[in-house]
Design a binder for this molecule. Structure first.
Ligand code: UDP
Ligand code: MG
Length: 323
């Protein structure tokens, strides 16, 4: 049990091009938390927005003391923005949510209740309906999750990035050193006592989703290659299948040759060439994908670069030191 009477909840919110709705949304979230008597702190991460998001963040931080903010030097993607926020999160519990209210803040008290009264360390927000999505997106999400489950054993169907993490989960997460992250998978991988809360994905009020098909595909490849090496073994497996069939075919061909009943096998040769050629290339592609991931990791580049920070407590401390 986490029997803490006075705790601080840290909300980590990645923000990218949300100038039009950020101000209202933060106030909506804050009102709900205040109404429930939850002491909290916001960590807003501006993921290199090109619109007025950072100005809005600055305005907000003037009005609300409990805001810390980081501005990244360019758009590093939501995963990197989440990392930047989590790395400085130091509350007793931490909630990760989107800035567009698609993760309903009304669910937070419920999450906190599970954390406090039942000693759950991770509360996963599970999408009970996926909101308004195209048929294509639904199908591709479903096939991605089933492939990931088969390869890595992680069952993330309907999982979201809306989560509550206990401080010890956050410190466990901080020990995972990979450069390219897949937060949903990482938070499942660390284990701990977990529970889930269903929520309905609200419709986006403003603007549109920043996830293009290509970005999602990239994330899916990162997810699979980060949590499983099964595709590599698949290459070996296919190799064995080909070996077995080549023995059978070889015996048959030789038999026909010696019995003098072989016919001109031009079609067979062409077909075999095409099948083997494409299988080889796909296999090389799979190996290449892993090499690319290794290449990305060994470079040891930082996950993100910070351009600017707002941290009132530090500013106050500096002020004291000066005096
Ligand atoms: N986001 C981000 N960096 C990006 C893209 C998105 O920080 O490169 C943030 C965005 O501001 C929002 C959250 O990630 O708070 C989810 O983004 P979005 O609503 O576009 O995605 P969807 O709801 O379609 O999954
Ligand atoms: Mg959204």
């Amino acid at each position: 049990m986490h029997e803490i009477n006075s705790f601080v909840l840290t909300l980590v919110i990645p923000v990218y091009q949300e100038a039009n709705q950020l101000y209202e949304n933060i106030h909506i979230i804050r009102n709900i938390l205040n109404r429930n008597g939850i002491s909290h702190e916001f960590i807003l991460v501006d993921d290199g927005s090109l619109d007025k998001t950072w100005e809005v963040v600055k305005t907000l931080s003037k009005e609300i003391d409990e805001i810390r903010a980081i501005r990244l030097s360019r758009n590093f993607g939501k995963e990197a923005a989440l990392c930047a926020g989590l790395e400085i999160a130091n509350g007793d519990a931490c909630v990760i949510m989107d800035a567009d209210l698609q993760h309903p803040p009304e669910v937070i008290p419920q999450m906190l209740d599970l954390w406090q009264s039942q000693g759950v360390d991770i509360v996963d927000g599970i999408k009970s309906s996926r909101g308004k999505e195209s048929f294509f997106k639904k199908i591709s999400a479903r096939s991605f999750y089933s492939i990931l489950k088969r390869f890595s054993g992680l069952d993330l169907n309907n999982a979201s990035d809306f989560k509550l993490l206990d401080s010890k989960v956050v410190s466990a997460w901080k020990r995972m050193g990979e450069r390219t992250t897949f937060f949903r998978g990482m938070s499942a991988w660390v284990g701990f006592k977990r529970a889930s809360v269903p929520f309905v994905v609200a419709e986006r009020q403003e603007g549109k989703s920043k996830w293009s098909f290509l970005r999602l595909l990239k994330l899916a490849i990162i997810a699979i290659t980060s949590f499983s090496s099964a595709p590599l073994q698949l290459v070996t497996f296919i190799g064995f299948l080909f070996l077995i069939s080549s023995v059978i075919l070889g015996v048959q061909t030789l038999y026909m040759k010696f019995m003098n009943i072989s016919f001109s096998g031009f079609t067979t040769v062409i077909l075999l060439l095409l099948i083997i050629g494409s299988t080889l290339m796909i296999s090389l592609g799979i190996i290449g994908t892993y090499i690319a991931r290794i290449f990305d990791e060994v470079k040891q580049r930082p996950r993100y670069i910070v351009l600017d920070r707002i941290d009132k407590r530090q500013e106050q401390e500096k002020h004291y030191l000066k005096e």
